[in-house]
Ligand binder design. Structure first.
Ligand SMILES: C[S@@+](CC[C@H](N)C(=O)[O-])C[C@H]1O[C@@H](n2cnc3c(N)ncnc32)[C@H](O)[C@@H]1O
Length: 294
């Protein structure tokens, strides 16, 4: 399993994990950030690694079993928005630090088989956790045209959302849209060719993923909970990949600072350096913000 951690050097620098500290990685993924944090808090530290996706969590947990650095490692399958309950359930105190690296991982595209990638003939699911919630298939084949257009516009910032929703509804009248590739093909018919540098389906796929996983709601929930889950002096870093998420983080951090509950640690927004983007093009839209709880 490969996932090159984004902004790794910058995350470690700004969160400054120290020996013996307790850190949470709320979006463990392949564990790239967690591994570096574990090295810094060891020995004597505690790492709580959370991922909503049981598939990726299991693989990373196995990998970490071989990493004995003299710290405690706890792995929990769940939504980071439930962190207050997870801390209680695992008899853990408030944390010294937390990283959230939002969204999906390369593993979801390459190995999940759940239709995250528009090039693949995989069933349209797109949930991180299949224990509950609507699938992308149910959304695409079951929702009315106006609601679909609203989802695609709101969560994908797709200007052509109405035309795309119309094409989806027309196509599914003939035959249900079952796979990611089928959906991408329907979207292509709207444009009759490639629109720009990215695939015609990029924004619609982003919208569906955000919608079925409630990604923006999860983010807003954890942001409200920060003073509850971090010690005074605790540091949080959040990496976002699109403007919808970044706006939410920016406003919440500003509000915490205004209320005297936090101090923003990044003077300027932190973005990957040119070399990182060249080596890992997926990092190009990443932005890091960090705050210290007061
Ligand atoms: C960008 S990846 C993290 C990559 C990781 N930092 C690394 O270095 O490998 C995001 C991960 O967060 C998980 N995820 C998404 N939403 C989540 C949520 N609400 N709660 C917990 N995990 C979530 C996804 O399953 C995915 O594995």
């Amino acid at each position: 399993m490969s996932h090159v951690p984004v902004l790794l050097k910058e995350v470690i620098e700004i969160l400054n994990p120290k020996k013996g500290e307790f850190f949470v990685d709320g979006t463990l993924g392949a564990g790239g950030h967690a591994e570096e944090i574990l090295k810094k808090i060891s020995p004597g530290g505690t790492l709580l690694g959370i991922d909503w996706d049981p598939g990726i969590l299991e693989e990373t947990k196995k990998r970490f079993e071989g990493l004995d650095l003299g710290s405690k490692k706890i792995f929990v399958e769940g939504n980071y928005a439930d962190l207050p309950r997870m801390l209680l359930g695992n008899h853990l105190p408030k944390a010294d630090g937390m990283i959230l690296d939002l969204g999906f991982s390369s593993w979801h595209i390459e190995s999940s088989g759940r239709g995250f990638s528009f090039g693949k003939d995989e069933p349209l699911d797109m949930r991180y956790n299949s224990r509950g919630g609507l699938t992308a298939y149910e959304t695409v084949n079951g929702f009315g045209e106006k609601i679909l257009a609203d989802i695609i516009y709101q969560y994908g910032e797709e200007r052509d959302s109405r035309r795309i929703a119309k094409a989806i509804v027309a196509a599914r009248r003939e035959k249900k849209i079952r796979t990611a590739k089928e959906l991408a093909n329907v979207i292509d018919t709207v444009f009759g060719g490639k629109r720009g540098a990215t695939s015609n389906a990029t924004k619609t796929f982003q919208a569906l993923r955000i919608y079925v996983n409630g990604e923006l709601e999860n983010l807003k929930t954890i942001l409200r909970e920060l003073p509850e889950v971090l010690k005074i002096g605790g540091r949080v870093g959040i990496i976002t990949f699109h403007s919808l998420e970044d706006r939410i983080v920016k406003n919440a951090f500003k509000m915490l600072q205004k209320n005297g509950q936090g101090k923003i640690l990044n003077k300027k927004i932190i973005k990957p350096e040119r070399e990182e983007v060249l080596g890992n093009p997926k990092s190009r839209s990443a932005k890091l913000r960090a705050i210290q709880i007061m």
